[in-house]
Design a protein. Sequence first.
Length: 165
Amino acid sequence: MSQRTIAIEPAPPAAEPVPVVVARSAAAPAARASNGHGPLPDVRVEMGGLGAVQADKVVVSAGGIGAARAQRVSVDVGAIGAVAADRARLSAGAANLVLAREATLEQAIVQTVTAGRVTLGRGSVAGIVVAARVDGPGRPIIDGRAGLITGAVLALAWFLLRRLR
């Protein structure tokens, strides 16, 4: 049986101590980053994973996080289950749900994006996009208007099927 290790290292000493979590591992799916008193200032995951994290800034490089809540989230060649952030950026990554004020996707795939402004870069695919403004060459499969129309049609079909029974 192979042994898996996770190392959580503090940041280099600064003038004022700031807790920083750096996770390097093959897998750490049950780990949770928190200091018990609110969000951490900075969390960086490299080639590893965390179950959930709450921080001011989250950076993922070749890793994954189940859920992240932060001011800024950046994913480079990684995956994230759910993001709640002020600004979210995915580059060559994947996400299930992104809730943000500003979301930027570059060669990324996302199932659902809800944001004030979404920028879909070249090679980006988003399943459902609900946003005040969508920019870029990438295209959503279903945007906000199409989602409302689809929902209305499905509700009408469900209503008619129940009436026929």
